[in-house]
Design a protein around this ligand. Structure first.
Ligand code: LLP
Length: 424
């Protein structure tokens, strides 16, 4: 959406030519569109409001935790869903108030829980009786009361990639819906805890329609009703994230559909709801800009070797994910297409972005953009093969700025040392 092709300047993000960013910042570089982030945050808010829901959005920081990204979303009034001390600190540093922060995750450490209590964040989503006991003891010893929600595993099949489905009973997440009533009643009498609601999250990149969402929310609503009937406090329902985006030609569920699914299931309770979307907001707002190192022709295949690799964008290697790939120059975009394997320089065959993709012939130095890389892109990168973390750039209208420096070679080695017995 924020991408366009200009006859001279080639591919633009908003009003900034990607070629200009490559010239100034080099490649590989992540490029984010502030306008797209704002538009998507607003579209989600509008869909929820138009369905008549009282809703708060807690952006899942794991999708993209760049401070500049968080800052744009904070200015749109979004809260945060965090899963680590680092994400909690990033959200606070970007100006998201503690009162709008939810802490999720199956293994929060005592140190993380202490910080969450000290910051007095809005809610901690508990995933097990063991965790409830740990938090209760800690909060009581600190003289605090933690607002907690119980994350319920509704045992539904979100029909997404096995590595990112979370709502089946065999997954590690949440508490089984059958155990939930008893545990919720216990939470209400455990020292240091104040149960405030229920939460669920059934998986990510959900594109198979609303059936799984509706099934999960219907179970949650029924459970909430049962708890309320027993006089237990249920103040709101956290509906999780998971809304998919069309990387290729998947049928893309719209936020209106999700709002409708919530309205028809949880709506009758009349309670406020919370959402934890990550990918839907950040994914389409970013591209990974890379250069062609060389084009290699073997007897059977054409390989485009990029200076970006699986250590930068791991989704294709990890989930067989499809990302659009576009040449940046207008001339290349108009050239004849033939199949190419697009790969990185990392020393394993899994370092393949795509196979047999229709692309023009590209000379060394030509630029390409890997699309929909704003979510689960930079955040999942590593320094495998001693490759520095790529730079990150924010575009806003005609302006752009580096919002994270490219890691230097010095920084890659920093912190390492020989054991003292080797250095005499
Ligand atoms: N809430 C909870 C508790 C979650 O575990 C997640 C994602 C979200 C919200 C946000 O889900 P989203 O709206 O972004 O789908 N690395 C994978 C995705 C992993 C998602 C993990 N949990 C990928 O690249 O596809």
């Amino acid at each position: 959406p924020a991408l366009s092709l200009h006859a001279q300047d080639g591919l633009l993000v908003e009003e900034v030519p990607l070629a200009r960013i490559a010239e100034v910042v080099g490649t590989p570089t992540w490029v984010y569109s502030a306008g797209t982030l704002r538009r998507r945050a607003r579209a989600l808010k509008r869909a929820l409001a138009e369905a008549g829901l009282r809703a708060s959005i807690h952006y899942a920081v794991k999708a993209n935790s760049n401070l500049a990204v968080l800052h744009v979303l904070a200015a749109e009034g979004l809260g945060a869903d965090v899963v680590s001390e680092g994400e909690l600190r990033a959200a606070r540093a970007a100006g998201i108030p503690a009162s709008a922060i939810v802490f999720s995750g199956v293994g929060k450490t005592e140190r993380e829980l202490r910080l969450a209590l000290a910051e007095d964040i809005a809610q901690i989503n508990l995933e097990s009786v063991e965790e409830a006991e740990m938090l209760s003891a800690l909060a009581a010893s600190l003289g605090r009361t933690a607002r907690v929600a119980l994350r319920v595993n509704p045992d539904v099949d979100a029909r997404t990639h096995a590595k990112i489905t979370t709502g089946r009973s065999e997954n590690k997440f949440g508490i089984g819906i059958d155990q939930a009533p008893a545990l919720y009643a216990r939470l209400a009498i455990m020292p240091g805890l104040a149960p405030v609601g229920l939460a669920t999250h059934i998986g990510s990149q959900i594109t198979s329609g609303m059936a799984a969402y509706r099934a999960a929310y219907a179970r949650l609503a029924e459970l909430a009703q049962e708890l309320l009937a027993r006089g237990l406090p249920v103040l709101h329902i956290d509906c999780g994230g998971g809304l998919g985006i069309p990387y290729r030609d998947e049928p893309a569920p719209l936020p209106e559909a999700l709002a409708g699914a919530i309205k028809s299931t949880i709506g009758p309770l009349g309670l406020p709801v919370m959402l934890e979307p990550g990918r839907w907001i950040a994914g389409p707002a970013g591209v990974l800009l890379a250069s062609v190192v060389l084009q290699k022709q073997t007897p059977s295949r054409r390989f485009l070797v990029l200076d970006a690799a699986m250590n930068d964008l791991i989704r294709p290697a990890m989930y067989e994910a499809w990302h659009g790939i576009l040449p940046v120059s207008a001339a290349a975009a108009a050239s004849p297409l033939s199949p190419a394997d697009v790969v990185g320089p990392v020393c394993e065959t899994g370092d393949t972005f795509t196979r047999g993709r229709a692309l023009p012939s590209l000379h060394p130095g030509a630029l390409v953009a890997l699309l929909d890389a704003g979510g689960y892109g930079a955040v999942m990168s590593s320094t495998y093969n001693m490759r520095p973390l790529a730079a990150e750039v924010m575009v806003d209208g005609a302006r752009f700025a580096v919002v994270r420096d490219r890691q230097s070679q010095e920084a890659l080695l920093a912190g390492q040392r020989l054991p003292p017995w080797e250095s005499d």
